[in-house]
Design a protein around this ligand. Structure first.
Ligand code: CS2
Ligand code: MN
Length: 346
């Protein structure tokens, strides 16, 4: 395992210089954030982005994410053109020396929360989710404050929500199959590891289909194209919010099969039925115990990248929700410490 940190590029308030000062920090996970969804990424742009990161002594092997165009998820006629572009991007990333491409297959919304800064008694704040508040929300309402990844205008949103009315879960699976059957062979030839991120939260919101929610779904993804490159970004913070999901068991299974290509470490506290808060990484709180999760990775001989996923905002830090410096840096050193204890006593 090697430790990485997500960086949002030159516009990120956190600098590469600060990130490299975190003990044992090895690499950066990032994306060409200014590229519109659906275009083919230019080789020269990828190379110069990578060179900049590497000039700080950090490696850059993992892309998070190459977003999947909604027309692919909707199975629209125009999807082939977007798939061709995705294939070009995969080839260019391979040529530039990248190793892992993260993506997700969530319709319209990526991770969704009802609050980005719920205050906690110790003065920190974090992202939280209350299902009944989501159910009461109109996703097209201008009052809804959603995280930075939402790129659609209200009018586009309305059109997309309408279009998804004819795509149920099984329809979405068909569209994922079509996509994976096109890209996984290319990824295989080019030695690019594909890592699908689970749905966050792992249930339907705003009436949209959501399918990457549990162990059976992860097995199904892997079986669509059975090559080692067709794999997972295993996110404890997404899968772990469903009490039916046993994350330790899933790590044992999928890291055992060498199909986890990227590990996301986020601790969550299940506060009630479909309600949760994001919490610090340590095992005195929350429902995820990283001593057990990391032991499962360690026993499986996991060699991929791991990163602290979201963190709280502490010490009066402000910035991108979930992506401050301090709490994620504490998370990274906590995770690294657990790993080092396994290494030195093996
Ligand atoms: C990430 C996701 O911030 C997060 O919660 O884990 O946004 C992740 O980057 C995407 O779903 C992967 O495509
Ligand atoms: Mn994640």
């Amino acid at each position: 395992m090697y430790m990485t940190f997500r960086w949002y590029g030159p516009k990120d308030p956190i600098s590469l210089n600060h990130i490299r000062q975190i003990p044992k920090m090895k690499g950066i996970v990032s994306s060409l954030h200014d590229e519109p969804t659906g275009v083919a990424w230019d080789l020269a742009k990828i190379k110069s982005y990578k060179e900049n990161i590497e000039s700080y002594g950090l490696n850059f092997k993992v892309i998070e994410s190459v977003p999947v165009h909604e027309d692919i998820k909707l199975g629209r006629g125009s999807r082939d053109e977007y798939i061709d572009n995705y294939i070009t991007t995969i080839k260019n990333l391979a040529q530039a020396g990248l190793e892992v491409v993260t993506y997700n297959f969530m319709p319209v919304f990526d991770w969704t929360r009802t609050s980005l800064d719920t205050p906690f008694p110790d003065g920190s704040n974090a992202l939280t989710y209350k299902h009944k508040d989501i159910m009461a929300m109109d996703p097209t309402s201008p009052d809804l404050t959603l995280p930075a990844w939402v790129k659609y205008s209200n009018q586009e949103l309305r059109g997309l929500l309408e279009a998804y009315k004819s795509v149920d879960n099984e329809g979405l699976w068909k569209n994922l199959e079509y996509f994976l059957k096109a890209i996984a062979p290319v990824a295989h030839e080019n030695r690019i590891k594909l890592a699908i991120h689970p749905d966050d939260p792992p249930w339907s919101i705003f009436g949209l289909p959501r399918i990457i929610t549990n162990k059976a779904a992860l097995e199904r993804v892997l079986s669509i194209v059975d090559v080692p490159e067709n794999g997972l970004c295993f996110c404890t913070g997404s899968l772990g919010i469903s009490p039916d999901n046993d994350c330790v068991d899933m790590v044992k299974t999928f890291a055992g099969q060498k199909r986890i290509h990227f590990a996301h470490a986020r601790n969550v506290s299940i506060d009630g039925d479909h309600d949760f808060s994001e919490v610090k990484h340590t095992n005195d709180v929350g429902n995820i115990d990283f001593t057990k999760i990391l032991k499962a990775y360690f026993d499986a001989g996991f060699e991929g990248a791991i990163r602290p996923d979201h963190g709280r905002m502490i010490w009066d830090e402000t910035g991108l929700a979930g992506y401050g410096l301090y709490d994620r840096a504490l998370g990274a050193t906590y995770l690294q410490g657990i790993w080092d204890a396994f290494e030195s006593t093996k």
